[in-house]
Unconditional design. Structure first.
Length: 380
């Protein structure tokens, strides 16, 4: 099972590290290895959240996620995305941006760093909306019940998540963005840039997330109708055609996953510059890490880990909320990537430990089965 799921990740690791040695010797090998670990540690919460979405998709779309999705994640976000940022911020052509990345690494790093406020605002707002929509939703299973119960009641207010996200963006644009951190330690006013980028992130979430949710609901309705039709067909001896909507629903869920991955990758791409400004080594290291995150996502789905450890998804969403806040704060202040990674790891480890305690308690109480989902725990 492990080899089947992580086989491609192992192969990409071997090829990536070999390419690093050929490109820059053993120093490059060490840099790529460090970047891989950095990406995995920063994106573990991404894998847990992705698994919650991916488990709703069939084997075909899971395979698409591991193939086409990896190409988008590795080449799109870890290689093309930094170049596009430079091209837009410096107002130069993509070819010139690539030449800059390969031949003038210091200037390239400076341009990407100067574009950080807009990146952080876009990604921060997208991730903040994911967290808010999760925390305001009423759930049968609650982890930190003392917090989640009252928030679920508040969540009945229409558009509350959007209102809070907009307030957070306004506060950010009037505080952190007025003294945005730039290359060399300078601070400039980026309030307008942050405001526009944050609104773009909010709109992206509403469009992609809305379409994904709409088609998911339509799929459930169609599956219900198909089941009824099949029952009717059995009684009358007729055959029923397959539901075609599943493709649309899965496509928009896949699109949502890719945008989600893009938002998670922002901190990894920016954080990589603390280690190297060589775009080739950056793409190799972050690409290897992205492969493991994707394989881990599929592993969690196939093992049913989220069903066995029911608070993992909660911990991952709290980590998302923390990452969103960190991204907005980094518009003005530098925060070490180790801190960012540790916050996510601690929250997920805590939720895993709470899940283990819950399972032991249920077993001790007389074996409520693995499928029991109705319990509302006190949350520790």
């Amino acid at each position: 099972m492990v080899l089947k799921t992580f086989g491609w990740s192992f192969a990409v690791t071997a090829l990536g590290l070999a390419a690093a040695v050929l490109y820059g010797g053993w120093t490059a090998f060490g840099i790529v290895a460090i970047l891989s670990v950095l990406e995995i540690s920063l994106s573990f919460d991404n894998a847990v959240v992705n698994a919650g979405i991916l488990k709703k998709m069939n084997a075909f779309w899971q395979k698409i996620f591991l193939t086409v999705g990896v190409l988008i994640a590795v080449f799109g976000m870890r290689l093309v995305f930094p170049v596009v940022i430079v091209a837009i911020s410096a107002k130069i052509g993509p070819i010139d941006a690539v030449n800059l990345a390969l031949n003038d690494k210091e200037m390239y790093e400076q341009l990407v760093t100067d574009a950080h406020p807009s990146i952080a605002a876009f990604g921060g707002m997208f991730l903040l909306m994911i967290f808010l929509d999760f925390i305001f939703e009423e759930r049968e299973i609650q982890w930190l019940a003392w917090l989640e119960r009252p928030l679920a009641k508040l969540g009945k207010v229409d558009m509350l998540s959007v209102c809070i996200a907009m307030i957070a963006l306004l506060i950010t644009s009037m505080t952190f963005a007025t003294q945005a951190h730039q290359h060399g330690g300078a601070h400039v006013d980026k309030a307008q840039t942050v405001l526009v980028s944050g609104i773009a992130g909010l709109i992206t979430y509403l469009i992609v997330g809305g379409l994904s949710g709409y088609f998911e609901n339509k799929l459930e309705e169609e599956e219900e109708a198909e089941h009824e039709a099949e029952e009717e067909a059995k009684r009358s001896g007729k055959q029923v055609s397959a539901v075609a909507l599943a493709g649309k629903a899965a496509f928009f869920m896949f699109l949502y996953l890719e945008v989600l991955d893009a938002s998670f990758s922002f901190d990894g791409v920016i954080g990589a510059f603390a280690i190297t400004n060589d775009i080739v080594l950056m793409a190799l290291g972050l690409g290897i890490g992205a492969m493991y995150v994707r394989s881990l996502t599929v592993y969690l789905v196939r093992q049913g880990t989220l069903d066995d450890y029911v608070y993992l998804e909660h911990g991952a969403h709290y980590a998302i909320g923390a990452l969103a806040v960190i991204l907005l704060v980094t518009i003005q202040y530098e925060i070490n990537e180790v801190v960012t990674g540790l916050v996510g790891v601690i929250l997920i480890a805590w939720s895993f430990w709470s899940s283990v305690r819950r399972n032991k308690r249920l077993a001790a109480e007389g074996g409520a089965g693995d499928g029991e989902k109705a319990e509302v725990p006190s949350g520790v």
